[in-house]
Ligand binder design. Structure first.
Ligand SMILES: Nc1ncnc2c1ncn2[C@@H]1O[C@H](COP(=O)(O)OP(=O)(O)OP(=O)(O)O)[C@@H](O)[C@H]1O
Ligand SMILES: [Mg+2]
Length: 225
C-alpha cells in the first residue's frame, strides 16, 4: 500500500511585502520560491542555504506557523493548514537556534519541559518529564533549576526534551547548534542522531554550514532564490 511521505512540500512560495517609506509602493521580497521536497518516515533532510535565503521562512511554513502564498505542506498526507493546532503540535515540533530565547527564564526546567503536556493533555506528567530528561541526557537534579543555571548545551537539551514530550514524530530543527560552542555543537548533533534512531524520528535539519550537514545527513535541497 502507498504510504505518503512524512513531510511533503509542493511548489511552496512565500513573499513578504515591504514598504521603504510610508508613501512608497510595497515591494515584494520572495523568501521561498517554488520549494518542493519529500521526507520519508524515519529520514532526515538537511536543508542548506546561505544567510537570509529563506530557511527560517520555510521552517515556519513546515510548522504551520506561516501560510504559503502558493503550494501545500502535507504532514503526512494531511494539509497542515487545515489541521487543528492540537493535532499539529502532537505531530511536528520545532527546535530553534537560540535555547535562551526558547525557554522562559522564570520557569523551572521541569515546568518548561512539561508545558506541552499541560496544554495538550497528558497523564503522569512528572514521570514523563523524568523520562524525557533522561532521554536527552540531563541529570534529574537539574529539573528544579532555572534556565540560567544550565549551560547552553544543557538548555538546548531541555528544548529538545520539550519538543519530544508529546511523542511528536517530526522534528524541525532550525540551526539548533548556531548559538553553541563547537564542542557542544557536536554533542547536540550526536544527541539528535541518537534520538533519530531510537525514536524513529523524521527530521529536517537546517544549517548554513555545509560541512556540518554533509558529515551527517544527506543534503537534498538547497533553497530558494
Ligand atoms: N516577517 C518578515 N517580514 C519581512 N521580511 C522578512 C520577514 N521574515 C524574513 N524576512 C526576510 O525574508 C528573507 C528570508 O529570511 P529568513 O529568515 O527566512 O532567511 P534565513 O535563511 O533563515 O536567514 P538566516 O540565515 O539569517 O537565519 C530575508 O531577506 C528576511 O529579511
Ligand atoms: Mg534563519
Amino acid at each position: 500500500m502507498y504510504a505518503p511521505p512524512m513531510i511533503r512540500l509542493s511548489g511552496v512560495r512565500k513573499a513578504y511585502h515591504l514598504r521603504r517609506s510610508k508613501f512608497a509602493q510595497p515591494e515584494e521580497l520572495v523568501a521561498v520560491n517554488d520549494l518542493s521536497l519529500d521526507v520519508g518516515e524515519g529520514e532526515t533532510l538537511g536543508l542548506f542555504g546561505e544567510s537570509r535565503c529563506g530557511k527560517s521562512t520555510a521552517v515556519s511554513i513546515m510548522l504551520g506557523l506561516l501560510r504559503p502564498d502558493v503550494g501545500d505542506v502535507e504532514i503526512p498526507g494531511q494539509k497542515i493548514g487545515a489541521m487543528p493546532m492540537g493535532d499539529r503540535v502532537k505531530l511536528v515540533q520545532p527546535v530553534f537556534q537560540n535555547p535562551n530565547a526558547s525557554l522562559n527564564p522564570v520557569k523551572r526546567i521541569h515546568s518548561l519541559v512539561a508545558q506541552p503536556l499541560r496544554l495538550h493533555g497528558g497523564e503522569n506528567i512528572a514521570n514523563e518529564v523524568k523520562h524525557m530528561l533522561d532521554l536527552v541526557g540531563l541529570p534529574s537534579r537539574l529539573a528544579d533549576a532555572y534556565p540560567a543555571e544550565l549551560s547552553d548545551g544543557q538548555r538546548q537539551r531541555a528544548v529538545i526534551a520539550r519538543a519530544l514530550i508529546l511523542n511528536s514524530r517530526v522534528l524541525i530543527c532550525d540551526e539548533p547548534t548556531l548559538a553553541l560552542d563547537v564542542s557542544v555543537q557536536a554533542q547536540v548533533i550526536n544527541l539528535l542522531l541518537t534520538l533519530e534512531k531510537e525514536l524513529g524520528l523524521t527530521m529536517v535539519f537546517v544549517s548554513h554550514d555545509l560541512g556540518e550537514l554533509s558529515n551527517i545527513w544527506p543534503i537534498v535541497s538547497p533553497l530558494c532564490i
